[in-house]
Design a protein around this ligand. Sequence first.
Ligand SMILES: [Zn+2]
Ligand SMILES: [Zn+2]
Length: 293
Amino acid sequence: MRIRFYGTRGSIATPGPATVRYGGNTSCVTVRSESGTLVVLDAGTGAAILGRELMAQSGKVCGHILIGHTHWDHIQGLPFFAPLFVPGNEWDIYAPRGRRKTLRDILAGQMEDTYFPVELDQLAATVRYHDIVDETLRLGDIEVTTRYLNHAAPTLGYRLEVDGAVVVYAADHEPHSRALAASPGEIDEQDRHHAEFLAGADLVIHDAQYVAPEYPSKIGWGHSTVEYTVAVARFAGVKRLALTHHDPTRSDEALDALLERLRATGQAEGLEVFAAAEGQEIELSGIAKSLPK
Ligand SMILES: [Zn+2]
Ligand SMILES: [Zn+2]
């Protein structure tokens, strides 16, 4: 499978000279299987760029969009996602069942005429909306397992398996243990449950918006610290960890420094950690797994 980052920024799009390398667009990642099944994880502002790329293809453009939750930074690219405006294209959009509104109503809400010139009903593609829970989905040849994360709104993480490889996408998520968010320690029951969801993945793409010293003033905002994310990924035996949902105040230089600090302190020993960057592409293959040891 092939993974590509179109948006790695958390909370609000943050273009500018300080975010050129890691990117300023909000959450959007694609997973494409070798057979061509396309899954889009979140549709933040990065989805607008993805949409333009897909429009350059010939023929029908079809795929699945898995939205972790419907906060702005995960859906604002949808009204600018060009494939939805083309008759004949087919898209399935999934998100966790909301407390009050359906996914369709939520997405229609952000396209009401007070906010946007084109309404949801005017989308010319065939679009199906799915309100989902903690479950397993089969999207073409990709098997998807969902798991609730710890966030202000109902939020799902997604574990995708295809071509002999596993990728997990988990944004946004706050540590269950506040102590673990701020400093190293025992991983207790609920965070263990989260680790189980990441277990053994070839790649985990995980919320890492804050660093530990920032956390005390951000409690309850629904995000992980880098330190927590690294600790849980190591505990879970993850192979590679992509830190994402970068804080809007985190410059490219600050992200570099953060990675350097992880290396220097040995906090991430045994784990390949990097900060997800817009435009970055990763290929995961199951072939290595079947080779003799
Ligand atoms: Zn977010
Ligand atoms: Zn959120």
